[in-house]
Ligand binder design. Structure first.
Ligand code: PNS
Length: 164
C-alpha cells in the first residue's frame, strides 16, 4: 500500500468496466484515488460532465476510498490543487503507448515533481473503450460486457433521447 493519493484523469465519456477495474486496483494501492473528469469546453463529448460524474459515482459506489471530481485547464495544476503528485493511467495495448508516453513527458517537463504511473489493463478489458461503447450504444447494440450494470439505462436513455 502506497501512502497518499493518486489522480486518475480522463474523459470517461462514459466510464467503462476497464476504468472501474483500474480504479478498484488503484484503490488497493493508495489511501485515496481521485477520479478526475476533464471538463474541456473545446471538446464536446456525448455525455455532459454532470452525467459523467453521476455515472462514475454509481460505478464506484462500492469503493470507499474514491473521490469523483472534474477539472479544467492543465492536469498538473489540478494535481497541485488536490495536493497529489501521482497521475495514474491505464495501458490497454501498444496502441496506447505513444500518446501516453507523450502526455507523461509533457507533464514531467512542465511539472518535474509529478510522476505518471501506468497500470496494465486486465486482459478481459484490453479492447474496451468509451468510443466503442458510444458506437455500439448508438446502434442499439449490447453493451452489457463493456460498462457497469448500474449505468446501462443511463446510456441507453441518452441515445433514446437523442433519437426522438
Ligand atoms: O480519457 P482521455 O481522453 O484519454 O484523457 C486524457 C486526459 C484528460 C488525461 C488529458 O487530455 C489531459 O490531461 N488533459 C488536460 C490538459 C493537459 O494537462 N495537457 C497537458 C498534457 S498533454
Amino acid at each position: 500500500m502506497y501512502k497518499g493519493r493518486c489522480v486518475y484523469p480522463g474523459s470517461f465519456d462514459p466510464v467503462t468496466l476497464g476504468h472501474v477495474d483500474l480504479i478498484e486496483r488503484a484503490a488497493k494501492l493508495y489511501d485515496e484515488v481521485i477520479v478526475a473528469v476533464l471538463n474541456n469546453p473545446d471538446k464536446n463529448g456525448k455525455f455532459s460532465i454532470e452525467m459523467r460524474l453521476s455515472m462514475l459515482g454509481k460505478a464506484c459506489a462500492h469503493i470507499h476510498n474514491v473521490r469523483i471530481d472534474s477539472f479544467g485547464g492543465l492536469l498538473v495544476d489540478y494535481l497541485r490543487k488536490a495536493e497529489a503528485s501521482i497521475v495514474l493511467r491505464g495501458l490497454r495495448a501498444v496502441m496506447d503507448f505513444e500518446n501516453e508516453f507523450r502526455m507523461a513527458q509533457v507533464n514531467r517537463q512542465i511539472a518535474p515533481g509529478i510522476e505518471t504511473l501506468f497500470m496494465m489493463t486486465s486482459p478481459a478489458y484490453a479492447y474496451v473503450s468509451s468510443s466503442a461503447v458510444r458506437q455500439i450504444a448508438a446502434f442499439g447494440g449490447d453493451i452489457t460486457t463493456l460498462v457497469p450494470q448500474v449505468i446501462i439505462t443511463d446510456i441507453q436513455n441518452a441515445y433514446a433521447d437523442a433519437s426522438t
